[in-house]
Design a protein around this ligand. Structure first.
Ligand SMILES: [Zn+2]
Length: 179
């Protein structure tokens, strides 16, 4: 019998056994992310907010700015990551966690991995968001398809020496900054 968990993230499967890890979830941070989302929606923006937390304190916040900036990538999580990177003066954020009012879309999930955030907490699920005109399930489905089968055509044009030229320059740089 598996003991009930406070949070699905607490349960990690290792081999054939379940390991219960108690993660202290600070609901105040998620509450702040939801508050930001509500305020943003009231002001005519997308109904999403996110906060990035380090050492129990809010390091940066972000709201969806797609409409206000005409930037389709300005999701709350991306905005929060951009703001946190300015505060930290760094592009990696180990020791930081993100609280999002909604389950991250594939783009934000990618950004979260690139930022090396430690953990993601979220409010509304992807399925719940889809009931309010925000459905990103098709993007998840597209990722799983071979490139040539996707709705937006992806055409492999070049390989070999020409396509690898940028990587050659990169690999030849002795003091390249890895990210
Ligand atoms: Zn997103």
């Amino acid at each position: 019998m598996i003991p009930p968990s406070r949070d699905p993230l607490d349960v990690q499967r290792t081999g054939t056994h379940f390991q219960i890890i108690i993660v202290p979830v600070n609901t105040a941070f998620l509450e702040r992310a939801i508050e930001l989302a509500v305020e943003n929606a009231r002001a005519g923006g997308g109904p999403f907010g996110a906060v990035i937390v380090r050492d129990g304190k809010i390091l940066a916040e972000g709201v969806n700015m797609v409409i206000s900036t005409n930037d389709p990538t300005a999701h709350a999580e991306v905005t929060a990551i951009r703001n946190a990177s300015r505060v930290l003066g760094a592009f990696h954020m180990p020791g930081c966690e993100i609280y999002s009012s909604c389950e991250p879309c594939p783009m934000c999930l990618g950004a979260i991995y690139w930022a090396h955030l430690d953990r993601v907490y979220f409010g509304a699920t992807q399925r719940e968001a889809s009931q309010s005109e925000f459905d990103d399930s098709h993007i998840y489905e597209q990722i799983a398809l071979p490139p040539e089968s996707r709705l937006i055509p992806m055409i492999h044009v070049a390989s070999g020496a020409r396509a690898l030229a940028p990587f050659r320059v990169w690999m030849e740089r002795e003091n390249r900054i890895r990210y």
